[in-house]
Design a protein around this ligand. Sequence first.
Ligand code: 8YV
Length: 339
Amino acid sequence: MTDGGTSSSSTPVLDSADAQPYSGVLRVGGLKPSLMEGLAAGGALALPDDDCDEFLRRHAEDIVAVVTSGRVGVKAELMDRLPALRAIVHFGVGYDGTDADEARRRGIGVSNTPDVLTDAVADTALGLLIDTLRGFSAADRYVRAGEWTTEPMPPLARQVSGSRVGILGLGRIGGAIAHRLEAFDCTIEYHNRNVVESSPYRYHTSPRELAAAVDVLIVAAAGGPDTRQLVDRETLDALGPNGFLINVARGSVVDEDALVDALRSGRLAGAGLDVFAHEPEVPDALRALDTVVLLPHLGSATVQTRAAMEALTLENLKSFLADGTFVTPVFQPESKKTR
Ligand code: 8YV
């Protein structure tokens, strides 16, 4: 802020560096509104949605850091156009929208916001699990439609307590889901890329083997090329006509066409989904099914969690701008870029 006066003015006058702490920063895609406002107020630019050629011609050489969401991310083509890029800062724990291998190859660091959203996402998984097995959302629609006075009661539902639950991906979020399930006396089993030595739960060597052993399969694995369609048609068939799928991870981890097929044909009992293959598109066939609970990717969407994610995103950005390192790196920027 400046009053246009001299340095003897009683109003503090910031020099341009203080007023523009985020110069050299580019926002890619939509983020929490207060985060977008704070970035813009600090001098960050925003990549226009369309016709970004002229924008990039003017600004590309100045951009050292991108702030983005895991869903949008930075692909190799955008990296190609940002020759000074050193840091990709994600608002969210997932960073599958970014070509992370390519970033690493180029010495560009990647950060995310782990831990701060673990509880909110695990709570969402439990909420979806209970809603899906007990049919609460469908029952709510029945009451709202005035059917209680005229129609038979909704069909009897399935018990959550004591059920056998398989967790696909026993990381931070998978572990927090398991912790909650213990209070429901559930039998917990899991599949993970590696055996988790400290875990008391039974390990299965494949998603299919896990699905065959449980009533409910909860997907908590990170998205990205390594987990693409890990839950395939055979895994859904192994879960079977009395089985349920819950997904709070990424739509890409499940073969969505196979899921729709299995649900429509009754080869799967139901599903609770916070994530989809082509968000915000949701297949019409899913909307038509009462056995499915659908959420608009709101796993981390609480006031407290989103504030913590925003704070950690800015901590990573400021730390990078100050000394070239992140607080919560997926991997740090290389001090000397190898392009
Ligand atoms: C999103 C998420 O970041 O952290 C993740 O990976 O999927 C969410 O928390 C959030 O919805 C903002 O896009």
